[in-house]
Design a protein around this ligand. Structure first.
Ligand code: B3K
Ligand code: ZN
Length: 882
């Protein structure tokens, strides 16, 4: 792809489809190199697209990519070549009647498909991925979400593929004359092509059932390769929890007779919500206590729920066009976050989500690909499955929830689902339902969908003793982003409380409430509180009520006070984070000046108190103890000096470890109770604090601390504890010894794909182990496979995104390595290449010598030859930011 071929799609150009497809009948004859796809479509002129006085019918456009066209027939008659034109990305047909049946035969080669879009093979199993525009790699079709059709799918395959699945309910099965298997599926719910799915393989399954609120029995099945059949229980339990939760919280029931999940090893992302037939990356669904960490258990619970929730927010009500992607993704992430909060600890979930937002979404919002929650243009839609669409989109929905309150929000979602069931709609339709159900005014709020960039709030305050009045003044400003310079003020819900000298919340009005949501709508606004007996300490943006950066001149003592007293658990943690960032920033400054680094005394004091507070949730203590990641610190810097960040973190970590070694050891010993593994919130919390303590203790390099890790590894009780111990040993034990543990671990787990992926990551992401040399060695390892995205993520992204120390080596070798791999991958899997390159695209934020080398590596990719559209968009937009 070169500039001349790059096409940009604009939201303003949206037109309703010329033709609708009432019914889609598909027939697959599966062969690895030559799968025959026959499609019969009932086509009808879309009445909404007819222009007044229309005399001739417009041509029918069908998307199609990498297809071999065998034949086209209309109403049973083969179409002569002059009636259709094959062009770039599809074909046009001349149309003579407003309704007709179109039959198209094509041939595709699943075995050659390494893009993992369309129909492909994973370990000998056929599977599909159609969102966003993969269906066009299966057959010619109007591959756009506003064309919704009822699908029937027949699959014919050799008997070595006994399991043949597609969307909906199974309606027929048998054997063909030549002894092959044949199954027909019918999905009664009209859906866009992106929700189509097919699976064929030699699979086993676990089965369960769920009785819906209205008493219908739904069969639940989870399919995997036979070796993984023992790793399905957790996903099944999570699914049932999600089904019940959606009934209770949103009044949404499941609609088909069967709900199926299939685990596949080769998958570009986490999972896919195909109607009735979810397909999952095996790493996001398979778990057992011996092989999966607590983090994996929790991720599985939330992804299973997320995909299930899409059945309503995405499938029953879908998107009109891809600019509306956040309509389904932002809303569904909000739904899954609330589900996880209800199943586990609400505060912990919130802190995790906000950390991700601050680390990755804020940097996206400040980088070359910054875009609004509803973008107005794209070159390649696959590049827009971003943190902005998902996480910021979820924050936008959360703010509506905060502004309206839970009951009103539910009235709004009920109206939304009722009004738009079975249709393809827009973000505007969602907001309108929220307004109409509640007589609310969200006019100004809509700007959140239109404006990119992270708003910055600056807060000042003033207390007047004579009148017992406290005033908070909040100013907002959103920085310019590519293509958007003017940013009028947003409607921002700012949740706050005022804390008195005794550490208790002060009542804010006569009703006695101690938290309130301020409606910030102006560029600058002052909020007044009366009857405040003395100067309070404000607790601002409680629960992170808006996705913004907030500045208030907290002193170290005030932060220590908030860490101890804030009734809002999120803000307690946030105070510790602010304190840590302050400390790390001054250490970075000392490093840059060449002066001696000094112990972060206030941070040590605060964390010591936290560590000894037995009343605090151990998970919260663990999160307060964890230093902000290098990426998070980079996000805070005006100009990033990677070397300074690395040195500051290392110094702070060692100082904390040494200063707090006694309470860390006491907590470790207190929590190291050997009980049977259960992935439940309380136990997870204890393990997370225990293992955080272990990490710090090992950082002291004290031999008895390393012994604790050795013993924990040897006990081999569950993967959470094993991985933590191994991680600490890899970082801090003598090299030879660490190698021995890594080797033994591989020998023990080499048959388990998910564990091997984590074994790769442990090395590539390690500051001391994951040198470029090591990463190149891992790429030669027999378990590494360049065509498997999980392996690429665990080795190459592990190095480029998690291993700040080695990736940012001064000689620029890390950058050149990444560029080289991106160019190789672009030929195999453009979606993965375009994701992999992201660390380089933020070159502009780095200090001169790093920046120049990053940019040069990026330019090298551009100069290397033809780029896919995916990669071209990301690289060209970044290079354009000169
Ligand atoms: N909707 C899918 C993502 C599809 C990504 C396509 N490149 C998974 C999800 O968000 O639930
Ligand atoms: Zn989703």
């Amino acid at each position: 792809m070169k500039e001349a071929q790059a096409r940009t799609v604009y939201l303003k150009d949206y037109r309703a489809p010329d033709y609708l497809i009432d019914h889609t009948d598909l027939h697959f004859d599966l062969e690895p190199q030559a799968t025959l796809v026959k499609s019969r479509l009932k086509v009808r002129r879309n009445p909404e697209a007819i222009n007044a006085g229309e005399k001739t019918l417009p041509p029918l456009w069908l998307d199609g990519v990498d297809l071999e066209l065998l034949s086209i027939a209309i109403d049973g008659k083969l179409l002569p070549a002059q009636r259709y034109h094959e062009g770039e990305g599809g074909l046009t047909l001349d149309v003579e009647t407003p309704e007709f049946e179109l039959e198209v035969h094509t041939r595709i080669a699943p075995e050659a498909n390494t893009s993992l879009e369309g129909l492909y093979l994973s370990n000998g199993m056929y599977c599909t991925q159609c969102e966003a525009e993969g269906f066009r790699k299966i057959t010619y079709y109007p591959d756009r979400p506003d064309v919704m059709s009822v699908f029937t799918t027949t699959i014919v395959a050799p008997s070595k593929y006994p399991v043949l699945l597609a969307n909906g309910n199974k309606v027929d099965s048998g054997t063909t004359e030549d002894g092959r298997l044949r199954v027909t599926w019918e999905d009664p719910f009209a859906k866009p092509s992106y929700l189509f799915a097919l699976v064929a393989g030699d699979l086993q399954y676990v089965e369960d059932s769920f009785t819906t609120a209205s008493g219908r029995e739904v069969k639940l099945q989870l399919f995997t390769e036979p070796k993984n059949i023992r790793k399905c229980d957790h996903a099944m339990i999570s699914l049932k929890h999600a089904m019940r939760w959606d009934e209770e919280v949103y009044g949404r029931e499941y609609d088909l007779d069967v709900f199926m999940i299939v685990a596949v090893d080769h998958f570009n992302m986490g999972a896919m919500e195909n109607k009735g037939l979810n397909i999952f990356n095996s790493a996001c669904v398979l778990a057992s206590p011996e092989t999966a960490t607590d983090g994996a258990f929790q991720r599985i619970e939330s992804i299973v729920a997320h995909e299930y929730f899409h059945n309503w927010s995405g499938n029953r009500v879908t998107c009109r066009d891809w600019f509306q992607l956040s309509l389904k993704e932002g809303f569904t992430v909000f739904r899954d976050a609330e589900f996880s909060a209800d199943m586990n600890s609400r505060a912990v979930k919130r802190i995790e989500d906000v950390s991700l937002l601050r680390t990755a979404q804020f940097s996206e919002d400040a980088g070359p690909m910054a875009h609004p929650v509803r973008p107005d243009s794209y070159m390649e839609i696959s590049n827009f499955y971003t943190l902005t669409i998902y996480e910021k989109g979820a924050e936008v929905v959360r703010m509506i929830h905060t502004l309206l309150g839970p009951e009103a929000f539910r009235r709004g979602s009920d109206l939304y689902f009722e009004r738009h069931d079975g249709s393809a709609v827009t973000c505007e339709d969602f907001i309108c339902a929220m307004e109409d159900a509640n007589n609310a005014d969200l006019r100004q709020f809509r700007r959140w969908y239109e404006q990119a960039g992270t708003p910055v709030l600056t807060v000042t305050d003033q207390y007047d003793e004579a009148s017992a009045t406290y005033r908070l003044t909040i100013a907002q400003r959103t920085p310019a982003t590519p293509g958007q310079t003017e940013k009028p003020p947003l409607h921002i819900p700012v949740s706050i409380g005022l804390i008195g000298a005794d550490g208790r919340d002060l009542p804010l009005d006569d009703s006695g409430k101690t938290s309130t949501v301020l409606n910030l709508t102006e560029a600058e606004q002052t909020f007044t509180f009366s009857n405040i007996p003395h100067a309070p300490l404000p607790s601002l943006l409680r629960g992170f009520s808006a996705p913004v950066k907030l500045h208030y001149g907290y002193s170290e003592d005030q932060l220590l006070f908030l860490m101890q007293h804030d009734s809002d658990a999120f803000n307690r943690w946030d105070a510790s984070r602010r304190l840590a960032i302050k400390a790390l920033e001054s250490l970075q400054a000392q490093y840059r000046d060449g002066s001696e680094m000094t112990e972060p005394a206030a941070l040590i004091k605060g964390l010591s108190a936290v560590l000894e507070n037995a009343a605090l949730d151990p998970a919260l203590v663990a999160m307060m103890l964890a230093l902000p990641s290098a990426q998070e610190l980079a996000e805070e810097c005006e100009v990033v000096d990677a070397g300074a960040i690395i040195a500051a973190r290392k110094f702070a970590r060692n100082s904390l470890a040494n200063a707090l070694s006694a309470p860390l050891l006491a907590r470790y010993q207190q929590l190291d109770q050997r009980k049977p593994y259960r992935p439940v919130a309380d136990d997870i919390a204890e393990r997370s604090l225990k293992n955080t303590c272990l990490g710090y203790l090992c950082a002291t390099l004290d031999p008895s601390s390393l012994d604790l890790a050795r013993l924990q590894l040897q006990r081999d009780e569950n993967m959470t504890d094993v991985a933590a111990a191994l991680g600490a040993l890899v970082e801090y034990a003598p090299r030879e010894e660490a190698e021995k543990y890594l080797g033994a671990f591989y020998d023990q787990w080499q048959q388990d794909t998910q564990v091997v992926e984590n074994w790769f990551l442990l090395q590539s992401g390690s500051a001391s182990f994951g040198t470029l040399e090591r990463v190149r060695e891992l790429m030669q390892h027999p378990a590494f496979e360049i065509t498997n995205p999980n392996k690429v993520r665990s080795v190459i992204s592990g190095f480029a995104s998690r291993n700040f120390t080695q990736f940012h080596r001064e000689d620029g070798s890390g950058y050149r390595f990444l560029a080289e791999q991106v160019s190789v991958l672009d030929k195999l899997n453009p979606q993965i290449a375009a994701r992999l390159v992201i660390p380089l695209t933020h070159w502009k934020k780095y200090c001169d010598h790093e920046s120049a080398r990053m940019r040069a590596a990026l330019q090298g990719i551009m100069d290397a030859g033809e780029l896919s559209r995916d990669l071209y968009e990301v690289v060209s937009k970044s290079l354009a930011c000169a």
